[in-house]
Unconditional design. Structure first.
Length: 392
């Protein structure tokens, strides 16, 4: 009688074929779940690094370090995030005591240090004073089309209640800014598009920023600032108040979406609790509703063209400090939506410290609103929340 076959040894998780591991990873929309997958064993970690994957869905970071990952997953806390001043992609921006700043990846804790804002070089050689300066918007370009080894960083910074554009790269001893003749523009947003840097003013003027290298130091410089699109004539100011205690606030977002550059105009219709000239100082602003309009930059006819859809397979994630267009169809999330943050403004004094902020979603097709994170709310006085866009 032939002997029975030897019993099969039990399979280990590490025996999962590479192609199946890739299929599992593609079904995980959250960056957190992908990190947990990679932590199971060395083989799975290698698969997560080697296999091409769709970008994970963004994370919503609250001021206290609480992270929410879409869609509707539980929240968790990440240490070391408190006190950030801005955000860019996967990076948080922190200020230093010497008026400098550094970037930190909240997951890997990797940091990138930049020179002090006081070292920003003006055309005539002198530097700015450090007080009343702060970065409000930052973009990092990693494409080789415009690199100055290894990254180009463009930032909008405020000084003396006006905004300016500065350029830098890691390892540089100083920032460089636009020449004096470009001062006076109220820049609010920036975006890279097809290898070029564009900036948007509060009046919806779009400018192309031409960048060159210094012949001696190889540092990036702005060689020319050219207006591409002029905003509509008679555009009202950012704040428009009426005598009956009503107020409208206009916010702009500049986002690269595939082959197009989009501007989103968001209007907040507000009510003042006490209709008086002191309503803003009294922190009596109540937001009653939001309105959104999306425009595409027509770079041939040099105009903003309104669009009624951005496609059923992608959505916009808007923040005053960091915005992205993301493909969401593979994650069973609704497309053609705008995910945005309530009370998302640099001036926190508008709403009061006890005002509750939250994340909402706007359906571009039918104009309805929903709450993608029912439990994700925070007090505005804690600071501002931001989107994080981790990489695989």
């Amino acid at each position: 009688m032939a002997g029975a076959p030897p019993p099969c040894s039990p399979l280990s998780w590490s025996d999962l074929p590479l192609d199946l591991a890739g299929m599992v990873l593609d079904l995980l929309p959250s960056h957190v779940d992908r990190v947990r997958f990679s932590a199971v064993c060395v083989q799975w970690c290698r698969a997560a690094r080697q296999l091409p994957m769709q970008p994970p869905l963004p994370l919503l970071l609250l001021p206290d370090g609480t992270l929410h990952s879409l869609p509707r997953s539980k929240s968790f806390h990440v240490s070391g995030c408190a006190g950030y001043g801005s955000a860019c992609g996967k990076w948080l921006v922190f200020s230093r005591d010497d008026s400098g700043c550094f970037l930190m990846d909240p997951f890997s804790k990797a940091t990138v240090t930049f020179p002090a804002l006081a070292s920003i070089r003006r055309p005539f050689g002198e530097s700015y004073f450090a007080y009343q300066m702060g970065i409000t918007h930052m973009m990092i370009k990693e494409s080789k089309q415009i690199l100055f080894s290894p990254h180009l960083v463009a930032a909008i910074f405020n000084v003396h209640w006006s905004s300016h554009i500065a350029l830098c790269r890691p390892g540089s001893s100083s920032w460089s800014i636009l020449t004096e003749k470009h001062f006076g523009w109220d820049f609010s947003q920036m975006s890279f598009h097809k290898g070029n840097l564009y900036t948007l003013t509060c009046n919806e003027d779009l400018f192309a920023v031409n960048i060159t290298k210094d012949d001696i130091t190889s540092s990036p410089w702005v060689s020319h600032l050219g207006q591409v699109i002029k905003g509509p004539n008679g555009l009202s100011s950012t704040f428009t108040a009426s005598r009956n205690g009503r107020l409208s606030i206009r916010m702009l977002y500049l986002v690269e979406s595939r082959d197009t550059l989009l501007m989103v105009r968001r209007t907040l219709f507000c009510r003042c609790r006490r209709p008086s000239a002191l309503a803003l100082k009294d922190k009596g602003i109540v937001v009653e509703r939001n309105d959104f309009k999306v425009f595409e930059a027509d770079l041939r006819q040099l105009r903003w063209a309104e669009v009624k859809t951005i496609g059923d397979d992608q959505s916009l994630f808007l923040g005053r400090r960091c915005s992205r267009a993301m493909s969401v169809s593979q994650y069973d999330m609704p497309g053609n939506h705008i995910f945005f943050l309530e009370l998302d403004d640099h001036d926190r004094s508008l709403y009061g410290e006890k005002s509750l902020s939250s994340c909402s979603a706007y359906n571009i097709r039918d104009g309805t609103f929903s709450s993608p994170l029912p439990t994700g709310s925070w007090k505005r006085g804690m600071g501002f929340a931001t989107w994080l866009f981790p990489q695989n």
